[in-house]
Design a protein around this ligand. Sequence first.
Ligand code: FPP
Length: 238
Amino acid sequence: MSELKKLPRHVAIIMDGNGRWAKAHALAVAQGHRRGTETLRAIIRESSDIGIEALSLYAFSTENWKRSAAEVNALMSLLLEYFTGEIDELDENNVRIRILGDKDGLPGPQRDALIAAERRTAENTGLKLNIAINYGARDEILRAAKALARRAKDGTLDPDSLTAADFENELYTRGLPDVDLLIRTSGEMRLSNFLLYQCAYAEMTFPTVLWPDFSLDDYHAALRAFGARDRRFGGRNG
Ligand code: FPP
């Protein structure tokens, strides 16, 4: 990808459209998610190959529990399959896995597999792969506020000297750079409670392609579009 001059440090993706893809192919929704996992595999590999620093993928939101038991079970099975089946390759590729979200709210086997994946790859220095599972940005921000309030109450934090860095240290994304580029597939144009704090200055792109059909060409197009954006962060260039 030599033509990609200005790469984003941190790419976040809302992998939308699995359900519509399944419907369009007269398949069960679980098949859409399975095909979506193939796309996810390819995008992770490519991100690692081209030297993206951090990639955050929205796999399961705190609101997704409202879906049918069959769909939730299918997603949970895919998660387990992915984290047990891919962990060797991810580790060999020096990928560091972090889960964003409340792991305690997950079924035991999934929780154990995610914790094992995080532990096994904790010292890796390649792609920082963040998978948001049982994640909601408002929940994340509220947790940070509660943690800081507890510290203020027990006297270990002076509220008046609280900094943005102190706040960011309480988020699931502690230590990661802000999101530079947010991609949401399927043409929907909203954030759906994903990384609201971290996307403050993110460039956004909304390709209409459904996630199972999102190709490396589509990914490269999004990265090129990012490279062409004039980022001012509230200031003025030139
Ligand atoms: C949105 O499509 C997608 C999801 C809610 C789940 C995304 C999950 C995966 C791609 C696979 C599982 C993840 C891992 C890490 C193995 P939608 O179902 O809302 O699509 P629709 O809007 O067309 O119905």
